[in-house]
Structure formats: structure tokens, C-alpha cells
Design a protein around this ligand. Structure first.
Ligand SMILES: Cc1cc2nc3c(=O)[nH]c(=O)nc-3n(C[C@H](O)[C@H](O)[C@H](O)COP(=O)(O)O)c2cc1C
Length: 250
């Protein structure tokens, strides 16, 4: 039996946010560490162009530098105009192969690989990371608003450079996940507490993206299925993403 008969939908086209996907094959976000000192490298572009040539209909990149505090050298800077020409070349190399290119919006928060102080670590609250023991700076409400604005402005820059959308990474124990989970979010303001409070950061980010980018700009969301610890997100709560879908659309 050929693949078309086994999986009749897999290679069939699909429309997402008004954009045509040639099939249902999506390349999930994969950190390549090919960014060089915050710059797009030719290797990074070629890596994604090859996967587009290979048949993927949509690629999500690794996390990009979408706010000024994200200074890791392998993160490509998007929060200013340094890389505009290279970001256009990157989008063109992939989109010209009939493949949609999405940038991942992510911040590790307290979730670090290296133990120690990590002065750029921000979080829902100042609780130590379970693995690295990093204690993040608890974001104030003003800092949350600035972060949302930085991410949305960076997304708009990407759209101007020809990118099809972004994916918000709210899994893998990173910042958005830390806000979502009662395990790591002990805030007592409007960004903590019940499900509406813990999902507020993401709902406001989606609203900001919708306000700054056009309706055909794809906004994806990667969510955790379970935290695997008592007092965290379990499968029942993970199956209730409705409060996020209610974010106002521009
Ligand atoms: C080498 C490697 C790097 C990854 N980098 C990222 C990343 O930067 N961001 C992310 O959200 N997921 C990352 N992932 C996770 C994948 O996107 C995906 O969620 C995971 O591999 C599970 O999917 P799979 O079962 O199809 O492999 C990475 C996975 C691997 C193996």
C-alpha cells in the first residue's frame, strides 16, 4: 500500500489562517544553535531551506531573540533592525519552496541548563528551578506588559520580512509554561490564581499579536499535556484551552 492510501489526509492541502499548506507535515521547533552572535548564519538558512525542499508544509524555527534581555549568542536578534535583510533572505529561502515559516516565541524563564545566578532569568515568581536551581526575577506587571509589547513588535517585524507567523512555546517548563502551571505560578495578582489568571499572559500576548499583525499571520501555541507532578497541570486541565481561544481579535 502506498502512503496516499494509508494516510489519505497526510499529503492533502490544508488552509490555515487563510494560508495554503501543501500537506499536513509540520517540522517542530528544533534548536540548531546555528545563530552566530545574534546573527542569522548562512548555515541556519540552508538548514531550513533543505527541510522545505524535503517536503514540509510548515516549519517552526528555534526560539528567536524577541526581547532585549534575550542575549544568548545563538538566538537570532529580532527585537531591533540588525537582521532585517537576513530575516528576509531566511523567509524567502523557505517560503519560495511553498513552505510556511514560523518563528518560535519563547523565553526559558527559570528553566536553565546552567546552575548559578543567570541574571537574565525572569519568571512568574521567585521560586527556584527544579533542575538548575536558578531563582528568577519575578516579573512586575509593568515588565509583563513590556515583554508582551516586545514580543508583538518583533512578530510584526518578522511579518514585514515575509514570515508567515509565530508559535508561542508554552511547554517544556519555560516561561509561559511557568505562568500556566500552579506548580510554578504562586502569584496573587491577576496573572496567577485560577485558570483565567494563569492563562492571562498568553491571552494578552495573543491579543497583542492580533492587534499588530494581520489576520492571516499564523499564531500557533504549543501547550503542555501534563506536568507529571502533583499540584501541576494534569491532563484534565490541559484539555481546557478555551480561555486562551477567547482572546479578543483585532
Ligand atoms: C534536538 C532537539 C531540539 C529541540 N528544540 C526545541 C526548541 O527549541 N523548542 C521547542 O519548543 N521544542 C524543541 N524540541 C522539541 C520538539 O519540538 C518536539 O516537541 C519534541 O521532539 C517531541 O516531538 P517528537 O515526538 O515528534 O520528537 C526539540 C527536540 C529535539 C530533539
Amino acid at each position: 500500500m502506498d502512503i496516499d492510501s494509508l494516510y489519505p489526509s497526510l499529503l492533502a492541502p490544508f488552509t490555515l489562517a487563510g494560508k495554503r499548506l501543501r500537506n499536513r507535515l509540520m517540522h517542530a521547533s528544533m534548536s540548531t544553535l546555528m545563530g552566530e552572535n545574534g546573527r542569522v548564519s548562512d548555515r541556519l538558512i540552508q538548514y531550513h531551506a533543505n527541510r522545505a525542499k524535503g517536503g514540509a508544509a510548515l516549519i517552526v524555527t528555534e526560539p528567536l531573540g524577541m526581547a532585549p534581555h534575550q542575549k544568548v549568542p545563538s538566538r537570532v536578534r529580532v527585537w531591533n533592525d540588525d537582521n532585517v535583510d537576513a530575516l528576509k533572505r531566511w523567509a524567502d529561502a523557505v517560503e519560495s519552496e511553498d513552505c510556511r515559516l514560523l518563528a518560535q516565541v519563547q523565553d526559558p524563564g527559570r528553566g536553565r541548563h546552567a546552575p548559578g545566578r543567570n541574571p537574565d532569568a525572569v519568571g512568574a515568581c521567585a521560586l527556584p528551578d527544579d533542575l538548575s536551581w536558578t531563582v528568577p526575577h519575578a516579573l512586575t506587571i509593568d515588565e509583563i506588559r513590556r515583554l508582551i509589547d516586545d514580543f508583538a513588535q518583533s512578530a510584526r517585524r518578522l511579518q514585514r520580512c515575509g514570515w508567515s507567523g509565530v508559535e508561542i512555546s508554552a511547554g517544556h517548563g519555560h516561561l509561559f509554561h511557568q505562568f500556566l502551571s500552579p506548580w510554578s505560578n504562586h502569584r496573587d495578582d491577576q496573572y496567577g490564581g485560577d485558570l483565567a489568571g494563569r492563562t492571562r499572559l498568553i491571552a494578552e500576548l495573543v491579543a497583542a499579536l492580533r492587534a499588530l499583525c494581520s489576520r492571516d499571520f499564523i499564531v500557533g501555541l504549543k501547550l503542555p499535556g501534563t506536568d507529571g507532578v502533583a499540584g501541576g497541570i494534569g491532563p484534565a486541565e490541559a484539555a481546557q484551552p478555551r480561555s486562551l481561544a477567547r482572546a479578543p481579535r483585532a
